[in-house]
Design a protein around this ligand. Sequence first.
Ligand code: FBP
Length: 568
Amino acid sequence: MSSSLSPLQKYRLQYLPTIPDALKNMKMLKAIEAKTGLELKKHPSELEISFTTIADFFPLSHRAPFLKFTKGKQALTKPLRVGVVLSGGQAAGGHNVISGIFDALKSLNPASELIGFLNGPSGIIKDQTTEITAPLIEGYRNQGGFDLIGSGRTKIETSEQLKTALEVVLKHKLDGLIIIGGDDSNTNAALLAEYFLARQCETSVVGVPKTIDGDLKNKDIEISFGFDSASKNYSETIGSLMRDVFSAKKYYCFIKLMGRSASHITLECALQTHPNLTFISEEVAAQKSSLKQLVGEVCNLICQRASNGKDYGVVLIPEGLVEFIPEVKCLIVELNGLLAESTPHYAALENLKDDSKKIEYIEKLLSKDSVSCFRSLPKDNKLQLLIGRDSHGNVQVSKIETERMMIEMVKEELYKRTKKGDYQGTFSPLSHFCGYEGRACLPSNFDCQYCYALGMTAVALIKSEATGYICCLSNLTKRVEDWIPGGIPLTSMMAMETRHGTAKPVITKALVDLNGKPFEVFSQQRARWAQNDDYVNPGPTQFFGPEEITDALTLTLKLEAIEKQDKT
Ligand code: FBP
């Protein structure tokens, strides 16, 4: 932790998250099969044909029951030794998961120990650890970032890596290993749990749902942590930019929002701020809209507003949009194949220093359709599509400046319309990326409390010797005291997907549901937002003041809860 703290950071160190009633006495917790609160449902093994394949991968853990915690008899607990690792991108609240784990362990038995694996899952493989002590954790309570132990994107999946991980947890005599991560990290947690079980290793492996993207959720996991803080952080920025645009009345602001594939963040920010136009990637894919059509949509908005004397506006663009536009998606798939690190083209392209030569080189390799799509893109975006892939071999959408791409293509189209006499306005665009700042900001009250309770739930699962589970708190739209802690078997969240040509069990990413309540509310209002200036400025995340402001929930969470209730 930096030795300098702002006055607000110091105040936040003192903030005490409210604890769900069910977690108030860790010593009395008892795990039971979920019958109420958490919906009792049949395990996919009883429902799906794909079960045979999932069961093949998880013969020992695929039948684990859903769990929830209730009050049991006070029991003495032996000291527990637990390891924790942060995996993937930052999400506000990560430090509170760790402080929740730490406090829960110490409340069970003051001799319990927590060790942090450094810099992500590679810290397990390389056995790089630090002991998390009371004085150390004190400086990180309610603070943003992941810097207490760092994070990383290494995956533990090869047999060599699994073997090393086993040796390391045995060496540290761990009762539990907590993996704080997104869908891929939790898939790997399930693999690790199964691997340990098969080798009679008693270390429980427990996952915690983390990602600002909000795509690690289902009927039981209501939201991943970090989504609340990130969408509040971005909504503040959007609201302020709107106010500027509305005051100056001469700019069009194109704002790209982080969130990888899913558009949950963009949808939440649109509901909070009411922009003139918002693209939702899932809708673009469903309607099979082409890039030209999307550019046309923006231009229609600009022309119509110009005819009402308005040469300003705000457009929201989800980070992953390009991957959902059919022809760009095909182009990206071709490029991913051509530019995989093992291919000669990857090395050849690396050796070309001149950007135009790189573009020429790749154009020769692309199919007819993809080359025409590639040629239609602005030069900077062509080059961004050629940069290194992520650890899954996919293009890094956060590095593609879709907001600038849109601006360039809109400029061209407006020029044509001006020449035809269809547009007489003035187009002064601004671009903005709401990205990394929303991942490491000071966590909102919601994320502080949610994360702390998730950390405690992880310990409850380990104490119950449950393995292959992800922590779950349900009832999140109710008072924190009424949240219900439980555990969801990771295998119940999996489906078979083809990755790099091989069928693999993976936790399915939750994309925006076009039949869901948040999208329905958005689509009922967007026509009004397009022409009227109904801008809303939510302001910065508040930590002091009335609870309805400090502890406000995202509209996504609220609307999904209403939808769930309507269905029952
Ligand atoms: P996780 O899925 O690991 O939570 O990461 C989320 C995210 O912030 C995405 O929204 C974004 O596309 C990506 O990470 C950026 O990755 P990197 O940190 O490698 O630049």
